[in-house]
Write a protein that binds this ligand. Structure first.
Ligand code: SAM
Length: 195
């Protein structure tokens, strides 16, 4: 009995560590896929194959109350969103950037929609462009800003260019992740752009 407890005490933390990311990620990140992309370049499909996210094709499969990644939202992602992300998860919209305005209209009115502050894309399709991030970059940036940095690194590890996204934006991501509010995130962004 006593040895069982010692064994449990040794093995359980190892198992918890091993499966920590696996347990916490797939059900917490849901991407609505609008089938408008080139399947070979689609970052959502890749993350779904790796079981990092859940890809859905019907609106009623989107969890209610999650943080919705919407580039048109006036409110920026900030560390204040940590509990929201942990408890309700993240929702992304994988659609063509050409149709983003129409497609993201379905998210309007959601209190929990958020835009990402200034960050530069590292994916080959939009390399160097500010704010036009792939879905994978947007999810990783959100995780990083709210303090789930290991999960952000894990998401980016599935892409050749993924770690470079975190390096390229390291200074900003760190600063955003230390902000106290969404307002402060925007101030950091504005100071960076202006300066
Ligand atoms: C328009 S889709 C393009 C996806 C691309 N086909 C791919 O394979 O990654 C990118 C999605 O990522 C999220 N996203 C990207 N940049 C963002 C930003 N600046 N703010 C908020 N969400 C963003 C949004 O959910 C957006 O709809």
């Amino acid at each position: 009995m006593f040895t069982d407890w010692i064994l449990y005490g040794l093995v359980n933390p190892i198992l918890t560590l091993k499966f920590k990311n696996f347990d916490s990620m797939p059900h917490k990140v849901v991407i609505y896929h609008a089938e408008q992309c080139d399947p070979k370049k689609c970052t959502t499909r890749k993350l779904a194959r790796q079981k990092e996210i859940r890809m859905v094709s019907r609106l009623n499969q989107i969890p209610r109350g999650a943080l919705v990644l919407d580039p048109f939202s006036p409110k920026a992602v900030s560390p204040e969103d940590h509990d929201l992300v942990v408890e309700k998860g993240i929702v992304g919209l994988d659609c063509s950037w050409k149709r983003i305005d129409k497609s993201s209209a379905m998210f309007r009115g959601t209190e929990t929609h958020r835009s990402l502050p200034f960050l530069v894309a590292a994916n080959p399709t939009n390399y160097g462009k500010p704010c036009i991030l792939s879905t994978a970059e947007a999810v990783a940036a959100t995780l990083y800003i709210v303090g789930l940095k290991d999960n952000a690194i894990q998401i980016m590890s599935h892409f050749k260019w993924g770690p470079h996204f975190l390096e390229l934006n390291h200074e900003l991501l760190e600063a955003y992740s230390r902000a106290r509010s969404s307002r402060e995130v925007v101030d950091i962004q504005n100071e960076f752009i202006g300066g």
